[in-house]
Write a protein of this length. Structure first.
Length: 475
């Protein structure tokens, strides 16, 4: 305790002397009081003052010679000039950095005391705590004798487990060498952008679509070519030349359509004819509430499609683990890029995930939360029917973890006012309109994405009831 107090006094002495130097109270060549005199002034021990002087000597603020008083080092005058506070554009930013600043900042999370319908949230109660803890304990106890950097593509144990799981669950045939473990699907999209696009290259993207995918490709210098979607997914009848196409074929985000078999063939034929790659984001492909999950595009053409998978919609968005399945010809490029980006994903989490996959615990968990989220979906749909009836049109309810609610008779221009009123009523509400390309027309009807995986059934019922009351006042 005494040592901690002395350290605290020494830090305060150091800060005080630095401040006086910066303000010009001490100038280069000025002598400081002796350690004895300074100790008396501060009511501190001489040992503490000596330690402070020695630290300032080590940092270059003072010069200390045996038998002489400490003096202020030369060349510190510039430090006394205050740095002006400015909001001007930062200097020397790269073109990449400037493109990063183009998109608007993300919306801040809002507290919602009744129900927050934000998409992407999962219920904390659904997390498989016991299974995760058992697998974590095993991974920690069997740690290697030497701690070293791992394979940039991910641990071989996890990639082997993922290979087997992807074949069982999604019908994907690949080798472990084609799998790249990433820090969430967003890093996977960023790697695709950097490796497949040069500045000025066009990329096809769904309209409306996932904003962070569009931002990732645009930050790499790509030029967005928005293509409309309908109930059958991306409209492929007149795709322009491009370097890549980003699609969500199993559950179009956000509108929920499934890419039809005809359009799947058309998209892959376009890619083969133009030399483009298709980036398939299977962000919530495990959730299909009426039939078995839709097979991925990758199963039709493993040489053209880059498959992007994530654990954010099954385990937790806070667990930054995802994976890519890349064509064999791209493996070395993705491995090298991953190594330069962050060496590799966290090894402990990889070992835990490998154990969950190998033991079957992960698939049991997926079956469990699929049932729970199907129940939440039914409750939400019934509540919308009971409270809003024909005043709402629901889209995308057959799969995934959200629906889109179009508010019949309410103009899209009313969305900001409705969102503000909903927030005041304790409801977190999020519009569809920002997901449309700004250069393209937007629907005239107000529409909102209602995520339900993070809410219990009672919160869903209360939330829709409050929402219906609030909407009645804004018609």
């Amino acid at each position: 305790m005494v040592q901690l107090e002395q350290d605290g006094v020494a830090r305060r002495i150091i800060a005080a002397i630095k401040e006086q130097i910066h303000r010009g109270a001490y100038r280069s060549g000025d002598r400081l009081p002796s350690s004895r005199a300074f100790a008396a002034e501060w009511g501190a021990s001489r040992t503490t003052v000596t330690a402070a002087y020695n630290q300032l000597d080590a940092e270059g603020y003072l010069i200390i010679r045996q038998g002489a008083r400490a003096i202020v080092a030369p060349g510190l005058e510039a430090a006394s000039v205050p740095t002006p506070v400015t909001t001007a554009q930062p200097r020397n930013l790269s073109a990449f950095a400037r493109r990063l600043l183009d998109p608007p900042p993300p919306a801040e999370a809002q507290s919602a005391r009744v129900a927050d319908f934000r998409y992407g949230d999962l219920s904390g109660a659904d997390f498989p705590v016991l299974a995760w803890r058992r697998a974590s304990n095993k991974a920690i106890l069997r740690r290697a004798a030497r701690l070293r950097y791992g394979d940039p593509q991910g641990s071989s144990v996890l990639r082997n487990a993922l290979q087997a799981y992807l074949w069982r669950a999604r019908g994907i045939s690949c080798t472990p060498d084609q799998i790249v473990v990433v820090n969430g699907s967003q890093q996977g999209l960023d790697l695709c952008a950097r490796l497949l696009l040069d500045p000025g290259d066009p990329f096809v993207i769904e309209n409306p679509g996932y904003l962070l995918a569009r931002h990732a490709f645009a930050a790499a210098g790509g030029v967005a070519v928005p293509v409309a979607v309908d109930a059958d997914g991306l409209r492929t009848e007149a795709l322009p030349p491009a370097r890549l196409a980003y699609v969500t074929p199993s559950h179009q985000f956000p509108l929920g359509g499934v890419l039809s078999a005809t359009r799947r063939r058309s998209l892959l034929s376009w890619a083969a004819g133009t030399g483009a790659y298709v980036v398939e984001d299977d962000y919530d492909g495990e959730y299909r509430h009426d039939i078995s999950p839709i097979p991925p595009l990758q199963a039709l053409d493993a040489d053209t499609v880059i498959y992007v998978g994530t654990l954010s919609k099954t385990l937790s968005p806070t667990l930054r683990l995802g994976y890519l399945v890349v064509p064999a010809g791209l493996r070395l490029a993705f491995s090298a890029a991953k190594r330069l980006t962050d060496r590799h994903a966290p090894m402990l989490e990889q070992d835990v995930m490998a154990d969950l996959l190998a033991s079957g615990a992960y698939e049991r968990h997926v079956r469990s939360i699929r049932r729970k989220n199907a129940e939440r979906r039914e409750v939400l749909l019934q509540a919308l029917t009971d409270h809003l009836g024909p005043r709402v049109t629901v889209a995308g309810a057959d799969t995934g973890l959200h629906v889109v609610a179009w508010m019949n008779g309410i103009a899209a221009e009313r969305e900001p006012a409705i969102i503000a009123a909903a927030r005041a009523a304790g409801i977190g509400l999020y519009p569809v309109s920002p997901l449309y390309d700004p250069s393209e027309p937007r629907p005239g009807t107000a529409g909102f994405i209602l995520g339900y995986a993070g809410l219990d059934t009672e919160a869903l019922r209360r939330g829709v009831a409050v929402l219906a009351t609030m909407l009645a006042e804004h018609r």
